[in-house]
Design a protein around this ligand. Structure first.
Ligand code: FES
Length: 106
């Protein structure tokens, strides 16, 4: 189980426990986090699950593979150095306390 916090641009936060093995797009949609759509269901073809990983957690969020790297160029809100597609981050004890910042498309 990992306790995850999603922070919105307006200062609102949603926190929830996500079961190990679930991805954090699934965790977001199950907890009605706005602006994390997950349209493709996690198969890396939509980029609607874009988040910014809090800088203190970025290293622990895992490796970005080539497909995610390509899809990160297609996000609504421009990619930053701490961008990830949250369907590619898998909940684990290591990520307990993780903070994600949710970009809001204009
Ligand atoms: S849910 Fe589509 S790329 Fe993550």
């Amino acid at each position: 189980m990992a306790h995850i916090t999603w922070k919105m641009e307006d200062g609102c936060e949603i926190s929830a426990d996500v079961k190990n093995g679930l991805n954090l797009m699934e965790g977001a949609t199950a907890n009605n986090v706005p602006h994390v759509e997950g349209e493709c269901g996690g198969c890396l073809s939509c980029a609607t699950c874009h988040v910014f990983v809090d800088s203190s957690w970025f290293e622990k969020s895992g490796e970005i593979d080539d497909i995610e790297d390509t899809m990160l160029e297609m996000t609504d809100v421009e990619r930053e150095e701490n961008s990830r597609l949250s369907c590619q981050i898998i909940a684990s004890e290591e990520l307990d306390g993780l903070i994600l910042h949710v970009p809001e498309p204009e």
